[in-house]
Design a protein around this ligand. Sequence first.
Ligand SMILES: O=C(O)CCC(=O)C(=O)O
Length: 287
Amino acid sequence: MNMNISGSLTKEQIDFYNEEGYLVLPRLLTDQDMAPVKEAMNQKVSMIADELYREGLITDRLEERPFPLRLAELFQNLTAEDFLKHGRSWRDRLPGYFDLMSNPKILDAVESLIGGELFSNPVYNTRPKIPKVAAGAVPWHQDKSYWPDANSNPVITVWIPLVDANEVNGCLQIKPRTHRKRLLKWHQEQQTGTGYTSLKNSQLGKTDTVPLPVPAGSAILFNDRCLHMSTPNLSNEVRWSVDLRYQPTDQDPMLAHGVGFLARSHRHPERVARLEDWLAGRAERVE
Ligand SMILES: O=C(O)CCC(=O)C(=O)O
């Protein structure tokens, strides 16, 4: 336990994050912590299965299939375009996402890095990276390319896989120490229909790439200038993950991306948003 800094990280972990631009917290979350967010994902998969069934694209909703397989099997005989109609990543307002974004273990870790006045950025994604769909790959980029004009440095991404992530199913890969780089000139990826922001190979520099395989429930924290990517999923299971983002409350709330929420405040705990505020798109608690 560190005695000087609030939050849950040790001085060594904070130093590592500041030096390398990222930090891995293996198995931060338990199955119990992840149950509500998995429930939200299952809800969404059921909605998609109903739609595919109504459209006559499938004859079986595969309700009994296990979490890592159901979505992959629903699209097994369909095309990448059929899948992309439902979005390459999802940002639904389902209670399970709020539960995860408010998880004290995540907030304690982030507090160690940027203090205890924490705003949950509107940009959070559920990523159902399904097998062999080229669009599952995410090209090299800096998250800041999605909010180049925002006065929001630092935004911290917290990337959490719901299944074990490895190099076969397309875990996150990162270039350490690139967080001190300026924002690089990006272009929009054109091949796969995802519209991801992307960098050219010539912009990546000489820094080694570090693949970050991690067990389910681990968290990878990284700075929004740190270069990262992920490869396609070559397994037969869905690589389920979420990426959440936090910033200090005095930074740009980025309303153009949606409504974030006050996740933690030592100064004004009475203002921290509750589930009903978040569902209503309110950034703070309203009595
Ligand atoms: O989940 C992935 O594969 C990529 C995640 C990512 O690029 C991000 O969280 O910014």
